[in-house]
Every structure is written in C-alpha cells, then in structure tokens.
Write a protein that binds this ligand. Structure first.
Ligand SMILES: *Cc1c(COP(=O)(O)O)cnc(C)c1O
Length: 376
C-alpha cells in the first residue's frame, strides 16, 4: 500500500470534509451549502478583490473548491466536466512547437482533443500505451499526460518514476485520476504537477451531474488554469457545484464499499468458465498488481472482463437485473458496457464493469447467474 495515503490520513480527510463548512459558520448561518445563482454582485466603488461578476466569482463554486482542496491537499479549480478540466490543463501548459505525450489506450476524447485541436495549433503529439510510458524519452516532452489505471484497459504506469524524469527535462506531468479519486491514489504526492479528474464519475456518484476539477500545488499553473476558465468561459453551474459538494460528503463511504465489493467479486468472476480473461489491479496474478500495491491505496471499483464475443457480452449485460447497460461509471448502481462499441482497442467481448453500492452478496449472485445463463 502506498505510504502516500495511509488509512489514517484518508480517514482524517473523510472526517474533516464532513465538518469543513460547519466549522466556518457564524450564528444563524445555514448548515447546508446554499446555491448562489447571481451573475452580478453588489459592487460600488473600486473592486478591491470583492466578488464582482458570475463568470469569475461564485460562492457555491468556492465552497466546492474548498472541499476538493481538502481531499487533494492542493488548490483546486472546478470545471463543468472532466473534459473541460483536461482542456484547461492542456491549454494552460502547451504552446506552439511543444511536444505532448499522451496514452494511446486512455480515455478516447483526450486523444481526439489532441488530434482535432492541439495538433492544428502546432503541438506535436506522441501516443504510447500506458504500460510503455516509462520507456519513452521523457526528457524530451514539454507535457506528459498519464492515466493510471487506464480507462478502459486498467493498465498502470509508474507515476513517481515518470514524473521525476519529466521534471528533470523541464516538463510538466498531468495525471488523469478519474478511475481512482483522491481516496484511492494521490498523484501529487507521487510527484505529478497537475491532477485532472472527471467528477461526473464516483465523486458525483449518482449519475445526475457532469463536473470536473484540476488540482495543483504550483501557483503559476494554478493561476494559468484559473485564467483559462475565466477567459474560455468554461464555468460551472452553481447547481452542479452544489450537487457535487453533496456527493463528496459520501465519497469515502461509497468508494470504499465499491472497491471492497470489486475486490471480493473479481476472483469469483475470474473463476467463472464464461470469463475468458479478467483485469483487476487487486488480483495478485494481474500484470498491474505490484505497481498498484506501490502507488494505490485501494484497487478500484472497475473490473475488465472479456467474454466470448459481442453477442455473449451483450446478453450478459442485458440479462443481469443489477447492471445498468450504460456508458460512464462510478455510480451507486452497478453498470456495464462493451467498450468496443465506441471503438476502443479492446476485444469485441470486453466488458467494463463498474461495481456500485449494492450489497455485494446480492450483486455477486445476480452477476454470476447472468454469466451462468450465457454459458448455456
Ligand atoms: C469520463 C472520463 C473523462 C471525461 O469526463 P467528462 O466528465 O465526461 O467530461 C476523462 N477521463 C477519464 C479517465 C474518464 O473516465
């Protein structure tokens, strides 16, 4: 287990989060976070740093960023989606002529953003599989974006080692920590410069919002990403910020249960004759296992399982009453999808399973029963 996130520190953060707002209240203040939707603020005379305009200032975002900062142990800027956060990190760090390294097997929209927009602005983009990131000529890149565990393949790369080499060459390392959340992996403690995350997934947790954030301990990078939000206008809805703030209060509870269930489920699924192969970083036989133990404090709630073919995989998903056939992951309800349908480079029968908060025995019984049915 990573010493960057001891259970003690994680528990302190989880407890601290639940009292973060309360400890700052004055008599008569509402306990729960209010939603402020004002575009204008009362602003006579010189601005003097007071809130002025809704594209720049909003008390509901600020409360959310305060909560995120406690979880990340770093300043955070909230964005309206994970992609808005990733865009902010890339546009704030890259310029024409720069070299960018991204994973060839990570979230596909990040690659599309590079190809469709950054390449046209003169950024030279190199793609490598997550497991081969460490062998790249890391000194020669201005920005390196990592995704570990990668979505959907669940491959890992050595965040500490890579960040160190990138920094030695004067570059910046960005880690997409969406699959792990700050409760499962702490890339900034491992040496990365920027964390980006889609809070649409486990942090929101109820499949009712889209959000994202960036986190960094570097003041210059923080200012750049804040300016990007202000100038690009990629700002957060106060309602979504409020909903995410509420979701964060149960993140540790949900995340630990989801990871615990996934860890319990993975060997049972791996042993089923309908499963051709299975990826879960917490299984001792998994190629990611040693690195996972080194840099993650939980093994995650995603399981990758390969079934015989497309039809078998679809029948498995649709035949299980406790699996929502849906894209995205990290909700309280378990969900699954065949990733090939979006063109990911995986087998036709590869299913990304997101383990939710259902009691694990009930969930396991239904999933195994659905696997039994596709066997026949
Ligand atoms: C979902 C996801 C994103 C994009 O997040 P949105 O909130 O949908 O914009 C980025 N990276 C990873 C790893 C994701 O899973």
């Amino acid at each position: 287990m990573s010493d960057q996130n001891t259970p003690d520190e994680m528990h302190q953060r989880a407890a601290g989060l639940l009292h973060l707002r309360g400890q700052g209240l004055a008599k008569g203040d509402p306990m729960a976070l209010p939603i402020t939707t004002s575009s204008m603020f009362h602003l006579p005379g010189d601005p003097d740093g007071a809130p002025g305009y809704g594209r720049v200032d909003n008390p509901t975002w600020e409360a959310l960023e305060h909560a995120l900062a406690l979880l990340e142990d770093a300043e955070c800027v909230a964005f309206p989606s994970g992609m808005a956060a990733i865009s902010a990190a890339l546009f704030a760090t890259l310029k024409t002529g720069d070299r960018l390294l991204i994973p060839s097997d990570g979230y596909y929209v990040t690659r599309a953003l590079g190809a469709e927009f950054l390449a046209g602005l003169g950024v030279e983009i190199t793609e490598r599989p997550t497991t081969e990131m460490a062998e790249a000529d890391l000194h020669s890149f201005d920005v390196v974006l990592l995704e570990s565990p990668s979505n959907p393949g669940l491959d890992l790369c050595d965040i500490a080692r890579i960040s160190k080499s990138v920094r030695a060459g004067g570059g910046v390392t960005i880690v997409d920590n969406t699959t792990m959340t700050p409760f499962g992996q702490r890339p900034l403690d491992l040496g990365a410069d920027i964390v980006v995350a889609s809070d649409t997934k486990a942090p929101g947790g109820h499949s009712d919002l889209l959000m994202g954030h960036v986190a960094t301990r570097d003041e210059k990078l923080l200012a750049r990403m804040r300016d990007w939000r202000k100038m690009s206008g990629a700002i957060v809805s106060p309602h979504a910020a409020w909903a995410l703030h509420r979701g964060l209060e149960t993140l540790e509870l949900r995340f630990t249960r989801m990871c615990d269930s996934a860890g319990w489920l993975a060997p049972r699924l791996a042993a089923h004759p309908a499963v051709m192969s299975l990826r879960y970083p917490g299984l001792p036989k998994d190629p990611s296992y040693d690195l996972a133990r080194q840099q993650m404090s939980h093994m995650g709630f995603l399981i990758g399982l390969t079934l015989a073919d497309k039809e078998t995989a679809e029948r498995f998903i649709e035949g299980c009453p406790l699996l929502r056939p849906a894209t995205s992951f990290g909700g309280v309800h378990s969900s699954a999808e065949r990733r090939k349908r979006w063109g990911d480079e995986v087998a036709d029968g590869f299913v990304r399973l997101s383990v939710g908060c259902e009691p694990k025995q009930v969930l396991a019984a239904e999933i195994l029963a659905s696997l039994d049915r596709i066997q026949r």
